[in-house]
Design a protein around this ligand. Structure first.
Ligand SMILES: [Zn+2]
Length: 517
């Protein structure tokens, strides 16, 4: 959720540095001479400083693929001092003369396969690593980075994705979050499993993704080391830390999985509304499983962030984190529905490129409309009609096409609301039977992987047997308010003359005002 304008500027800064690497000689040039017996092996080349994202060209890196992060930290809530070691298990995908990680804290040492490596900084957040021995394509790599810093004071273009709170900290953000607490290949197209362990003063809680492989361990100096494990591969931005005073509530979900909910003890009068919302996570996940397919992860839960912390919510894997603003006007299950829908749409099936953010936000927003229908608080059709009528044809809202909103508009309201409208149009075009087959087919086809809008359209066409090109072009890729098709008009005319404001309107608007901006 954040800081997209600054990110786009950072991307511009770094793409200049990236040009140096792009011009280096590659395999093709080395192989070009004919008649030479077994040409000398091509010279290894630098791994690209970006993985190739069309919106954020310097995110992620080329030349290797990460399998696992082992993040072992020590944190001081009083001073925001973070230190530790991250061990990365990866595999080279080319012969490498050097490679990059994305990271901004101070680095003390880097080792590659047990040998000290040299390292340097480039651009906004690149750590350039040169190993003392050659790295060949296919080789497995063990990269150990030792570091320390004060993440809240470590700024990129004046901004930090790390939130210092009164009693600890939150590492929760999108798309940039990892840079301030573990070095990574920071792009959703390189998924990995991870272990996180954090030593804090005893009496402070640490919450993260997945499950606890062991109870918290006492350490010398009146400290406690917490451990969390994510055994299902995930995107780097979906790893999180919540450190502070939390009441941790555990339970078993209807599907037998562990539920871990954590509530900041600083919430005061907002606490009960947070519990009345996040406390229904397992019920909501169970309902969503009936629509989207089997829940894709090993644990469930939510974290209620402290008063005066973040102003948004994020679908961090297995355990979403919610800012206090969602509880100001009472409980709100719609944001819990939204974030948990992302466990399928965004977390398990992730974008391959940030331009495809509709695959996350359109679906999570449509899940809220379905929940409204389920709760008897207004049907998806009523939501479509009222939203359509709310924005006149010349409204700015219609100028952001959700299928390619632009790097500065990744979290624009249109990606959420017009994004949900696009899915409702698909539902009308293919009929309920096909629509509710398409959703679980999509989450099954790309489970724990990545997907594109093109692939989603192809799947929807295959399941429904309909040509959906005009629908996708109009609703996702064309500026301006779409004219309603015959099917949409027919559905509309079944409703009373003036669109009725759904009962859930205020609750969902309230959630979206915080989620989209
Ligand atoms: Zn969302």
């Amino acid at each position: 959720m954040r800081r997209v304008l600054a990110a786009a500027i950072a991307a511009l800064t770094v793409s200049t540095a990236g040009a140096v690497a792009a011009g280096a000689p590659g395999h093709a040039a080395a192989r070009s001479g004919w008649g030479r017996p077994a040409a000398a092996p091509a010279a290894p080349t630098p791994g690209s400083p970006g993985i190739g994202d069309s919106y954020f060209p310097d995110y992620g890196n080329g030349g290797y693929d990460v399998d696992h992060y082992d993040v072992r930290l020590r944190y001081e809530p009083a001073t925001d001092q973070l230190s530790g070691t991250t061990t990365i298990l990866a595999r080279a995908t080319q012969d490498l003369s050097r490679f990059n990680l994305d990271f901004v804290l101070g680095v003390q040492s880097v080792k590659v396969d047990n040998y000290p490596a040299t390292f340097a900084r480039e651009g906004a957040h690149e750590l350039v690593i040169t190993a003392p021995r050659p790295i060949v394509s296919g080789q497995s790599l063990t990269i150990v980075v030792q570091y320390a810093g004060v993440p809240s004071q470590t700024r990129v273009d004046g901004w930090t994705g790390w939130t210092k709170t009164a009693d600890g900290a939150l590492a929760v953000n999108e798309p940039e979050s990892a840079w301030w607490w573990y070095p990574s290949n920071d792009h959703p197209s390189d998924k990995a499993t991870w272990d996180v362990s954090v030593s804090v003063p005893t009496g402070v809680e640490v919450v993260s993704n997945g499950v606890q492989p062991r109870p918290p361990l006492a350490e010398p100096g009146n400290r406690t080391r917490w451990g969390w494990r994510s055994a299902t591969p995930g995107a780097t931005y979906l790893a999180f830390l919540a450190i502070g005073q939390y009441d941790i509530v555990t339970d078993t979900a209807p599907n037998g999985q562990p539920v871990v909910n954590a509530y900041s003890t600083t919430l005061g009068a907002l606490g009960p509304a947070a519990r009345a919302s996040i406390g229904r996570t397992a019920e909501i996940v169970d309902w969503e499983s009936g629509i989207f397919g089997p829940y894709p992860f090993e644990a469930q839960g939510g974290v209620a962030a402290p008063a005066n912390s973040i102003s948004f919510a994020l679908e961090t894997q297995t355990r979403s984190v919610y800012g206090p603003g969602f509880w100001r006007r009472g409980s709100n299950t719609y944001v819990v529905v939204h974030e948990n829908a992302h466990q399928w749409f965004g977390d398990s099936v992730s974008v391959a490129d940030w331009s495809q953010i509709w695959l996350n936000e359109g679906f999570a927003s449509y899940a809220e409309w379905l929940w409204s229908e389920e709760q008897g608080e207004g049907t998806a059709q009523e939501w479509f009609d009222f939203t359509y009528a709310s924005y006149p044809a010349d409204a700015e809202f219609w100028q952001v096409p959700p299928g390619d909103p632009g790097a500065n508009n990744v979290f624009d309201g249109a990606v959420y609301d017009r994004g949900a409208m696009a899915l409702h149009q698909l539902r009308l075009a293919v009929g309920d039977a096909a629509f509710f087959r398409i959703l679980p087919a999509w989450t099954a086809a790309h489970r724990h992987g990545n997907g594109t809008i093109e692939q989603f359209q192809a799947l929807a066409e295959q399941v429904s047997g309909k040509d959906l090109d005009a629908l996708f072009t109009t609703w996702l890729f064309t500026k301006g308010r779409p004219e309603l098709t015959q099917a949409a008009s027919a559905a509309r005319s079944a409703a009373p003359t003036a669109p009725v404001k759904p009962k859930s309107w205020a609750k969902i608007r309230e959630a979206h005002d915080l989620l989209a901006h």
